[in-house]
Design a protein around this ligand. Structure first.
Ligand SMILES: Cc1ncc(COP(=O)(O)O)c(C=O)c1O
Length: 405
């Protein structure tokens, strides 16, 4: 077989510093990981609350006990799509309880955040609709918009004035208008101006969709999310989030009014044409959710650590891009994600290599995940880390900056 065109494309990617590959990694509960035989501080995972390793024998017993009542073989696959026979009472009840938590009529779980966004947007948005989206929304939202075939207008990151003018000047056709935003932006650690977005949506008759992947578990009195912390849950049409980040589990949810959920059940192909997740996974979500609600010190810890790190860097004149463009009235005006802007792909790879030599695992993020020329090191902190570790990594970042400039 001839794969010359692939080989050529791969050679180009390597030349551009854009080649991607897997590195076997063992991640521990203590905020460290093992890679290539070395122990490194893990500032690269989205396990913000440090809950991923909350798995022990006691946990396993609790999960099994929860499931034994509804399923004879709870630990393996669901056996069918949820619309066939892959949906049982445990899942039915968990969704209902989670809907109450999110302050919405109903909730629909999906296999992953990616599947949720693609299924949600392609089923709710139609060809004649108009979508207004922050330029930095997640790739899965772009893919969902693309599948919907609606017309897309992007506004600069957090640029409310531009959004206002687009909403004012772009004529409303017969279709719906939608505004789509992340609550916390994954590569920038910025926070969406939620109240203003809700006001604009109401002023211009648009429906607001919020992706809380990096806000769920962190914001809100009980970890409900950013929308909830600001008391906006009744005014946001659709709230999506994942269990794969702060919850330290897997899967995702979409919370909305009943007809919106029904529309997804009828039309979301990533739900309909895919086997339901094994119940052991939903049991893990239920248990992790309990820890999210009851161990609120974790959210405070990770925010304190990330804030400490960011302040140290800023005081050393290091650019964090738009980080810190936060909104007021939040319990913590920071996020666990702190980007250090480096520039070219090559520089960012060298930066991350040098940090690794100094015992820190932080990943270089390159285009197309971020705009061309804005490659960066994305630091994502966890509740397992300490203020001392944050200060130590900040001084290592300063050292690498000085070496490279
Ligand atoms: C904002 C956002 N939405 C959705 C997703 C997809 O979630 P999952 O990893 O559960 O598929 C991600 C994951 O990186 C994300 O950052």
């Amino acid at each position: 077989m001839n794969w010359e065109d692939f080989d050529q494309g791969h050679a180009d990617l390597r030349r551009q510093g854009n080649w991607r590959s897997f590195v076997p990694t063992t991640v521990g509960a203590d905020g460290f990981l093992q890679r290539n035989g070395r122990q490194l501080l893990n500032v690269a995972s989205n396990d913000y609350l440090g809950l991923r390793c909350a798995f022990d024998q006691q946990w396993l017993n609790a999960a099994t006990a929860q499931l034994a009542e509804v399923d004879e073989c709870p630990m393996t696959g669901a056996g069918a799509s949820r619309l066939v026979v892959g949906h049982d009472f445990f899942l039915e009840q968990l969704e209902a309880r989670f809907a109450a938590f999110k302050g919405k009529d109903r909730v629909l779980f999906f296999a992953s955040g990616y599947a949720a966004n693609v299924g949600m947007l392609s089923s709710l948005i139609s060809r004649g609709d108009t979508v207004f989206a922050d330029k930095y929304i997640h790739a899965s939202l772009y893919d969902g918009i693309h599948l919907s075939r609606a017309k897309l207008h992007r506004y600069e990151h957090l640029a409310l004035d531009q959004l206002d003018s687009l909403l004012k000047n772009i004529p409303t056709g017969r279709g719906r208008r939608w505004i789509i935003t992340d609550a916390v932006f994954s590569m920038d650690g910025t926070i969406a101006p939620m109240k203003e977005l809700v006001d604009l949506a109401e002023q211009y008759g648009a429906q607001l969709i919020v992706d809380e992947a990096h806000a769920g578990g962190l914001f809100g009195t009980n970890g409900e999310g950013l929308v909830h912390e600001l008391g906006l849950q009744k005014r946001v049409a659709v709230i999506m989030g994942t269990f794969s980040k702060a919850y330290g589990a897997y899967g995702a949810y979409v919370a909305a009014d009943g007809p919106v959920i029904d529309q997804m059940i009828q039309q979301a192909r990533s739900l309909i044409y895919s086997t339901g997740l094994p119940n052991v996974l939903w049991a893990s979500v239920a248990l992790q959710w309990e820890r999210v609600r009851t161990e609120r010190w974790r959210a405070k810890q990770v925010m304190d650590v990330a804030g400490h790190f960011a302040m140290k860097l800023l005081s050393n004149g290091i650019s964090l891009g738009q980080w810190g463009t936060s909104i007021h009235g939040l319990s913590h005006a920071t996020t666990p994600i702190v980007p250090v802007l480096v520039g070219s792909n090559e520089q960012s790879l060298n930066f991350s290599d040098r940090l690794r030599e100094l015992g820190v695992s932080a990943i270089a993020i390159r285009p197309p995940t971020v705009p061309e020329g804005m490659a960066r090191i994305r630091f994502s902190w966890s509740a397992a880390h300490t203020l001392e570790q944050a200060a130590d990594v900040a001084s290592k970042v300063k050292q690498v900056f000085d070496e490279m400039n």
